[in-house]
Design a protein around this ligand. Structure first.
Ligand SMILES: [Zn+2]
Length: 432
């Protein structure tokens, strides 16, 4: 199977949409002159070379990597990894194959000559720099290589909020995912990603189609750039204009944290087993909106406030011995597992379980790498109750939440390891 080429998407700073361009430099450090700027949202830029920051500039100990890119005008230039997302076969550059477009800064680069084998346990990546605190000036300290635009041309992607529904309005969808959503070339995740669209962008709807064998419908839309593409319905929201097409809001649970940013998705049993959200330490982690039962609230014996994670013991990230050590909770750090009963799941989630041969199964969700736990074994938690605080414990490089979901037909199952055969993408239950 031929892997997709290694390409870059210019993400900019999702928390600061007013920044619409990023700097391209003539070499791999901010000491090199800016040779041009590229619009945020530009995608499919081929990677020519990757090098660590020549001045060893870093954030929280992680040295920035610079990507030499083939630009839309055919020329080449360098951009820093905290402004980029990557996907495709990055193995020639030390990244391995990245199935889902991922924030480049959080990836750990290994020398290309090293043989990359999937780690046996939960793989945790470091989280990106915290997003800017609201109501503060643009975060120049976080991303020194971004400059606010002076006169952006062409104008930034249109941002719209749903207008009041008009009976005769053309069917319109709005990007609902907080960090934007992927557009694909066909109605399913097996189709290639063609671009990514910012939150709240209004998109005229062209067609709707059920995914073959999947629970979601896919919506064909006209893109702001004029092309066409397909988006999964749960990444969108709809107003009354879309009702004649049968499109109403998907009934997924909200993500478990109010203030978070997207770091990494689910790769399946051979890769990353859940979702990673970046967040601030202590950020409240919330139970689902129907409440649930805490089947396990586990303290990590090795994780102390002073030395919460592998790095404090000079243990490499994803070290196999530590990942097999119960004293580290197998790398999960402090964690909580909550059971959500099948009958309280959203209809689309129950339908998805049926289509996977898991009809009637209950979902068990682990919230890992916590700083603190607010619940204990066997405790019933009410809707949206605080179950803990986000942290950096175990196999973690920075504060983040690892959300992992498994299924069991036994409502009293406590054998988390035994449920691994029913590992699921948290996207079946949660919004991003
Ligand atoms: Zn994770």
């Amino acid at each position: 199977m031929a892997a997709n080429p290694f390409v870059v998407y210019v993400r900019g700073l999702p928390e600061t949409p007013s920044i619409t361009e990023v700097n391209i430099r003539s070499g791999p450090a901010t000491s090199y002159p800016i040779v041009k700027k590229v619009l945020v949202g530009t995608g499919n830029l081929r990677v020519l070379e990757v090098r660590p920051d020549e001045q060893q500039n870093h954030f929280q100990g992680k040295v920035y990597q610079w990507f030499k890119l083939e630009l839309p005008d055919g020329q080449a230039g360098w951009a820093r990894d905290d402004l980029l997302e990557v996907s495709g076969d990055g193995s020639p550059f030390g990244y391995g194959v990245i199935q889902v477009r991922t924030f480049a800064f959080v990836l750990t680069r290994t020398p290309p000559q090293a043989i990359a084998t999937p780690p046996p346990m939960e793989v945790t990546v470091s989280t990106p720099p915290p997003p800017p605190v609201p109501f503060t000036p643009p975060p120049v300290s976080i991303s020194a290589d971004v400059q606010p635009p002076v006169v952006p041309t062409p104008p930034p992607a249109p941002v719209a909020t749903p207008p009041p529904a008009a009976p005769s309005a053309a069917p319109t969808a709005y990007v609902n995912a907080r960090d934007g959503a992927n557009v694909r070339s066909g109605p399913g995740i097996s189709f290639s990603t063609v671009t990514r669209i910012n939150r709240n962008t209004a998109l005229p709807i062209l067609a709707v189609q059920q995914e073959a064998g999947g629970p979601f419908r896919w919506v064909k839309v006209t893109l702001p750039t004029g092309g066409e593409g397909w988006m999964r319905e749960d990444t969108l929201r709809f107003d009354a204009s879309a009702a004649p097409l049968g499109l109403t809001q998907a009934d997924l649970y909200p993500a478990p944290m109010a203030d978070r940013w997207w770091v990494r998705g689910y790769d399946g049993p051979d890769g990353h087993w859940g979702w990673d959200f970046g967040a601030r330490t202590g950020e409240p982690v919330l139970a689902g909106p129907s409440g649930g039962l805490v089947i396990r609230s586990a303290a990590c014996a090795r994780c102390t406030p002073d030395r919460p994670s592998f790095k404090h013991y000079n243990i490499p990230l994803s070290d196999p011995t530590a990942l097999n050590d119960p004293a580290w909770n197998f790398g999960y750090g402090h964690y909580v597992i909550v059971r959500y009963l099948n009958e309280q799941l959203p209809a689309s989630t129950r339908q998805a379980l049926v289509s996977r041969g898991l009809g009637g199964a209950h979902l068990y969700c682990m919230y890992a790498h916590l700083d603190s736990r607010a619940v204990s074994d066997g405790q019933q938690v009410t809707a949206n109750a605080v179950i803990g605080g986000c942290g950096d414990t175990g196999n973690s490089e920075a504060t983040h939440l690892h959300l992992e979901m498994r299924a069991s037909t036994n409502p009293n199952d406590t054998n988390w390891a035994g449920m691994k055969k029913n590992l699921l993408d948290p996207g079946l239950l949660f919004y991003r």
